[in-house]
Write a protein that binds this ligand. Structure first.
Ligand SMILES: [Zn+2]
Length: 61
């Protein structure tokens, strides 16, 4: 069974998403400075990183 994962923005700069986390594994994603100039770029960049990442099990601590 796979948990459904979602991208949640945790930090905004004005109206632009700057930092987001995976709701499943809590991995953090940061939009690069260049992408922060346009809201749509920042959103797309975060989504791309999110789609590409592998959820890590959280039992390693
Ligand atoms: Zn994840």
């Amino acid at each position: 069974m796979r948990k459904k994962r979602n991208l949640r923005v945790t930090k905004w700069l004005n109206m632009t998403p700057a930092v987001a986390v995976c709701t499943s594994c809590n991995q953090e994603f940061q939009a690069p400075m260049v992408a922060l100039r346009r809201t749509s770029d920042a959103q797309a960049n975060l989504q791309q990183q999110f789609d590409a990442h592998q959820c890590q099990p959280q039992d390693s601590e």
